[in-house]
Design a protein around this ligand. Structure first.
Ligand code: 1GP
Length: 257
């Protein structure tokens, strides 16, 4: 299992230039497991390349949801943990992430250390990722005690992203926060950060239409994540809109291959 998901991601990026990931938040307070599974299957059908599972606030145990989502799709399931409660052995991989611009060491290395023995013992594939919070940052920023980067100061996250690469991390995630207003992380910031790193850049938070997703890829993002868009639209249109967004993303990606 080790390395299988990472191989899948890198091969996709090499052949298609960009990937689309769908974020599922299996929080029983806001969604039923049936809905989460429906969103997962619709996302796969629309061409999304992988499912990320997690959230900043989880009211419940995600194990069951992760197992059921995994049984319902063929695309990889990757944990996107907001805390040690977000770990499950039923996923294909876990983003082993550090919120580098947190002001609280717990979110930089504390939670990771607490979760590390379980992750190591279960043998789940880990993908080391720098998580960088950009304003507004929303709930993730609040929970993670972050000092979010100012949207018009791209050199600051660029410095952190280079440091992440030099520390051996495999990915850099520029996060504006789920439900962020303003069309995601500014393209100028994506462009500056991606220019200085050789590892793939993921971005998410507020990408709610094809234009913003395509613009992010054109600016240099390798992977764009959508969560809120899925929750709001895919059940209504059967994933038609999402399929269009993925098609636009792939078209923009192909130009970079
Ligand atoms: C949040 O980047 C993700 O961690 C997705 O954000 O819900 O705004 O798509 P949205």
């Amino acid at each position: 299992m080790t390395g299988k998901v990472w191989k899948y991601i890198t091969e996709k990026l090499m052949s298609e230039g960009a990937c689309h990931f769908s974020l599922l938040d299996p929080d029983p307070l806001s969604t039923s497991i049936e809905t989460v599974i429906e969103l997962a299957t619709l996302a796969e059908k629309a061409g999304s390349d992988a499912l990320m599972i997690g959230g900043s606030t989880i009211f419940g145990v995600i194990d069951d949801a992760v197992a059921k989502i995994g049984e319902s799709v063929d695309i990889p399931t990757i944990l996107f943990p907001g805390n040690i409660t977000g770990v499950s052995e039923h996923a294909d991989a876990i983003f082993f992430m550090s919120l580098l611009n947190s002001t609280n060491p717990y979110y930089i290395i504390g939670a990771q250390a607490l979760a590390a023995p379980k992750i190591k013992l279960t043998g789940i594939e880990t993908i080391a990722m720098a998580y960088l919070m950009v304003a507004p940052g929303k709930t993730a920023s609040w929970v993670g005690d972050a000092k979010p980067f100012l949207r018009d100061k791209p050199k600051l996250p660029a410095m952190y992203a280079i440091a992440a690469e030099l520390l051996g991390m495999k990915l850099v995630y520029l996060e504006a926060g789920s439900g962020a207003e303003g069309g995601g992380v500014p393209p100028e910031m994506i462009a500056t950060v991606s220019k200085f790193i050789d590892i793939p850049l993921i971005t998410g938070g507020g990408f709610n239409d094809e234009k913003s997703v395509v613009t992010a890829v054109e600016a240099g993002a390798s992977i764009v994540v959508q969560g809120t868009y899925l929750e709001k639209h895919v059940q209504k249109d059967g994933g038609e809109g999402l399929a269009k967004i993925v098609k636009g993303l792939k078209k923009a990606g192909t130009k970079r291959v």
